[in-house]
Write a protein that binds this ligand. Sequence first.
Ligand SMILES: Nc1ncnc2c1ncn2[C@@H]1O[C@H](COP(=O)(O)OP(=O)(O)OP(=O)(O)O)[C@@H](O)[C@H]1O
Ligand SMILES: [Mg+2]
Length: 765
Amino acid sequence: MSSSFRSRRTLPIEEDGEDAPRADLLPGHQRSDRRSASSTNLDQHVVLGSHSPGHVVVDLRPTAANVDGGGKLELDPVGRMPVHFVLAFHDLTYNVGRPRRMAFWRRSRHVETDATTARGGGARAREGALLLDGVSGEAREGEIMAVLGASGAGKTTLIDALADRIQRDSLRGAVTLNGEPLGGRMLKVISAYVMQDDLLYPMLTVAETLMYSAEFRLPRSLSASKKATRVQELIDQLGLRAAANTIIGDEGRRGVSGGERRRVSIGIDIIHDPIILFLDEPTSGLDSTSAFMVVKVLQGIAKSGSVVIMSIHQPSYRIIGLIDRLMFLSRGRTVYYGPPASLPLFFSEFGHPIPDGQNPVEFALDHVRQLEAIPEGTDELVEFSKAWREKALARAVSSAACTGRHDKPSLPLKEAIRMSIARGKLVSGATTSTGDNGTAAAAASTAKVATYANPWWAEVWVLARRAFTNTRRTPELFLIRLATVVVTAFILATVFWRLDNTPKGVNERFGFFAIAVSTMFYTSADALPVFLVERYIYLRETAHNAYRRSSYTVSNAIVAFPPLVALSLAFTAITFFAVGLAGGAGGFLFFALIVLASFWAGSGFVTFLSGVVPHVIIGYTVVVAGLAYFLLLSGFFITRDRIPSYWIWLHYLSLIKYPYEAVMQNEFGAEAGRCFMRGVQMFDGTPMARLPVETKVRVLEAMSRSMGLELNSGSCITTGPDILARQAVTELGKWSCLWVTVAWGFLFRALFYLTLVLGSRNRRR
Ligand SMILES: Nc1ncnc2c1ncn2[C@@H]1O[C@H](COP(=O)(O)OP(=O)(O)OP(=O)(O)O)[C@@H](O)[C@H]1O
Ligand SMILES: [Mg+2]
């Protein structure tokens, strides 16, 4: 793998001071550098829009990938011509907003006509909005393809379509790589998608953020020092050296600048040097220098052998100079497709020459906007663009026929990917059996593309470390929770101070247990925002297989656990002796364990909800309502034997039932000789309670005689087991209750995992 670093070129960002309009982009001018030669060539042979399986791909240009600085062909390490990746899309049509009842019809029809990714392109607008309408084109290794257009033109939609982020049955048309339909799994492994929003952990530094990304995306076979080298290289490449140790920050905490954050977002997705890179507006919100730096970095990535496809709003001159192909969209249709340098020619042939000195892209944007405002819209321009491309295609085919040079992507896709990995692409999950010292040729023959870069346990370890770092840097979250538990425990300890063994004391114990156990669950609600906040980061990371969903679930549980131990000990220490609970050291330990189990089950329940509910407010509402029902049917307000049979299922589902019964048994089953009602105490709570004690003793003796019992004022009327029987706490032992509570915690985490599997499809419908 060491060759990977050697072969990969780091492209320092050059500030070339090109603020003035570029002459080579203006009408009537030719570029003089090597790139202009290729662009001029592109003018003539261009850009074959409708590349589909079986079609000849004609491109006679020397590409950045196969010509080195001296102009001679550069062979890959195994002595073959470098591979070419061509991502082609044909007649992409995407329609949304169809009535639900049509969905079945649409799906069954789709299966009949077309079961694979080659989605018959015949469908046109039927109903709903047509977001893409017959868009075709291709993007090549070594080039940047930019998708342009006004806001709402369909740029993001097109990139989503190419990146397989739209449900297969909603999208029509074909997307192929080297002529082969792109499977979702393969695409995930070899591509990356940089979203428009910066979804980053605010408390990590730039270097840490990139390092964690390296740990997720780069294969385990790469040593830690190599990963660190890669991160350093990327930091330099992205111009982030000065900000490397600054935290990302957010609204509340000052961190790196917006432009730096944007570059970090790009960095985490390109750390593994993806073969195909999709970027949605990588330059939005950046000043022109930062935007140029970002695109310059992208050019470097393209030249290292990647296909780069990005959407962009209003590129500056300098940026236009870095773009190889433009896909200009207006309301989902192509109004121009070709190199930026051909824009002037295109518009002059269309009858609207671009005035001298004007930025051709700005002119095109303005012109399209004007056309969109008139009733005929851009129909004429769309038709002209189609004819223009067909003409270019015909020219290219005849030119290819004359010279006899047909440059097809030379290798089958899998082979091309293997070659690419062997040449040094650090594709996520790529493993070579040759290790650091093996030759690239051997690597090429053995390189496998795995779905995930790392084994499961390594992902859990990295995720847990990252989460601990985040937790350590936001101690206030834990401290607030600890304070809540301590204050609640203190209030309970003082309110239920030293309960006695009278019938009243027994009732107060019931109250204490019910409120204590429900507190465990209510204070768990703070786990709710954790995933709701992290959800988008999680979606971004798992969209390209940074780690498994199961690793996330497990690390989430591991990180959640230690604070629960601290909370449980704090609560037990404050309340157990103050309230005067039974059982001594054993009782204390069990009480602490059941409190911990309750926190565990509660946090599991809340974590599961966070995977289901879309919003934190809804989450809290469900938590509060759910726990109220659980408490209602836990056996405290109404005992099990009195619950209507049609609600008994909820009693058994009640999370509060099990810890409540466990603490009841810990208290009332702990000491055999303990008595909770003696002699005349049996008259408490009855009209006889007001009688003088001597009278009550006489009544007791009379009752005792008539019933043939030997009751006196010292006799024990109610023992602990009697109380448990009266409260119908008889089904499970205290340890069983503890295990059931623990099992609930695991069950909810398993359900959380299921919500992740089912709920994060990452695709538009
Ligand atoms: N589910 C939907 N139903 C109807 N219209 C939709 C839906 N999703 C997106 N659109 C519309 O599709 C059009 C294209 O959206 P898209 O996000 O691709 O635009 P864009 O070119 O990326 O714009 P921007 O530059 O503002 O990001 C927009 O007009 C948008 O309102
Ligand atoms: Mg967009």
